[in-house]
Design a protein around this ligand. Structure first.
Ligand code: SAM
Length: 250
């Protein structure tokens, strides 16, 4: 995979570092049932593409409904786990950096869930990805993004150390937020008998307004914003958003 904007941190680094624990630690981290229901409904049974498909936590249950589902991920370790779970070959999976390449489509729905868009850690990559999305959507297609709202999110990673108990593991998360770029650099340290296991991660956080601006630069307009996958109203205190974009020609 091609490098990202920091020395030794590649687009595959996050996925490769977390793949071995991802399903244990994050299976229920977001609303799987709600995501699957809303993406399926919006797709009307037509082609769906997930950006950063990971181990197939979301894509597999969508594909299980008979919806043609494709996924892109930059981590071969994540995709190995997807393939191991997907014994019937329901999800068409591609190893690629979503900022550089997406399958031709066209897709009725392209979605990027659980803050995965922030895994693109420089502004140029975020723009390139949305340009590719705009190019790959069907004329009536929709781009759906789930992310936290930085100003309201109490778990916003900024600077410091916090401990969490994950499945069978105590984990320290050490984070630093670079003031100018806004990049958050994190190190997850799993403590155990075998000694510490390090898992680096990085995110470039955007507000909902900033995401709207990126979308607008690539011909996409916001058509719906909810607080969650159950379509609850988005308010000034919402700590997450599910945003839906469509071509501004539609
Ligand atoms: C937080 S996980 C989410 C996985 C899955 N969408 C889910 O909700 O369970 C983020 C995923 O995005 C992938 N990823 C990170 N940067 C990427 C990039 N530039 N292109 C494609 N995939 C990327 C990671 O490898 C990882 O599998």
């Amino acid at each position: 995979m091609e490098p990202s904007n920091s020395v030794n941190y590649l687009s595959s680094t996050y996925g490769d570092a977390f793949a071995d624990v991802y399903d244990d630690w994050y299976e229920q981290v977001t609303d799987v049932a709600g995501t699957v229901a809303l993406i399926s409904q919006l797709s009307e049974g037509l082609e769906v593409l997930e950006l950063g498909v990971g181990t197939g936590r979301l894509a597999l249950p969508i594909a299980s409904r008979g919806i043609p589902t494709t996924g892109v991920d930059s981590s071969s370790e994540m995709l190995d786990r997807l393939h191991a779970r997907d014994t019937s070959g329901l999800v068409e999976a591609h190893l690629a950096n979503m900022a550089s390449w997406l399958p031709a489509g066209p897709f009725k729905i392209i979605f990027c869930a659980y803050n995965t868009f922030f895994n693109l850690i420089n502004a140029a990559e975020q723009d390139q990805c949305v340009q590719l999305v705009a190019d790959r959507l069907a004329p009536d297609g929709l781009f759906v993004v789930e992310a936290f709202v930085p100003s309201n999110y109490s778990l916003l990673p900024t600077r410091g150390v916090e401990s969490r108990h994950m499945a069978n593991a105590t984990v320290l998360n050490i984070t630093i937020r670079e003031k100018v770029s806004g990049l958050v650099r994190g190190q997850s340290v799993q403590l155990g008998k075998a000694g510490p296991i390090l898992r680096p991660w990085r995110i470039l956080i955007k507000t909902p307004d900033e995401l709207d601006q990126i979308a607008a630069r690539h011909g996409l307009k916001l058509v719906q914003r909810w607080q969650d996958w159950n379509q609850s109203a988005f308010t000034s205190t919402s700590d997450h958003h599910v945003s839906v974009y469509a071509s501004d020609n539609s």
